[in-house]
Design a protein around this ligand. Sequence first.
Ligand SMILES: Cc1cc2nc3c(=O)[nH]c(=O)nc-3n(C[C@H](O)[C@H](O)[C@H](O)COP(=O)(O)O)c2cc1C
Length: 249
Amino acid sequence: MFWKKAMVLMLTAMLAFPLAACAGRQGSNSAVSEESVTAGETAEEGNGNILVAYFSWADNAVLSEDVDAVTSPSVIPPGNVQQLAGWVQEETGGDLFSIRVTDPYPSDWDDCLERANEERGADARPELLENVEDLERYDTVFLGYPNWWYGVPMALLSFLEQNDLSGKQVYLFCSHGTGGLANSVELITEAAPAAEISDDIFDCYEEEAASSEEDIRGWVEELGQVVSGGDLVSDLSGTVTITAVEQEE
Ligand SMILES: Cc1cc2nc3c(=O)[nH]c(=O)nc-3n(C[C@H](O)[C@H](O)[C@H](O)COP(=O)(O)O)c2cc1C
């Protein structure tokens, strides 16, 4: 159903929103000035070496009173990625950071799709409300996002361009519709070319996000035991250790 709707919207958007017009839209709503905060200040403060950063529509929407909970399910908190991020945070003891834009998205599904598609067409970089302070203290970053238009919300690229993850171990987790990860990993890799992005990625279908607690906690736990040919791997307690290659019996 999503794809049918999406294709119609994409065609509509392509006709109705010339790229030049879209490009002008960003930045026109920057009433809130950019500021930096320590990630831990926005939520729980925990393991000082691990950052759990995520983008979720529910954290980036203006909720109107008549929001349709049926057609726009993931705009009602908790959002899908928001929930996943919460479990990753609990499992790792890391600091939680919600990537938020200064100009939130509509809570109506179709309107949100349309704006996201405009931003994608314009290769926009939505302005962020906050950036991570003291990013250098994090060795490991868990980065969560939804698939938006076969890729990522453009704000995720703003985040990656403004918060340098070079040299850090990055683990991706994603919630999506029927499109899966699509081009998201390529886009993230392009925006953070010097980050150590693991190809062990957690992803789940949107309707299964709410029941994925055990799976995502298990994934985090397994990452703690990941052995990658003597490479540096985080043991998730905050220390970075060099591990031996596991021998098969
Ligand atoms: C603007 C927008 C675009 C989307 N584009 C896609 C897509 O191209 N492919 C897909 O599989 N799902 C797509 N989805 C569905 C989301 O990836 C999915 O519902 C996800 O679980 C939402 O996570 P969240 O609640 O944390 O925002 C889109 C959702 C939105 C709001």
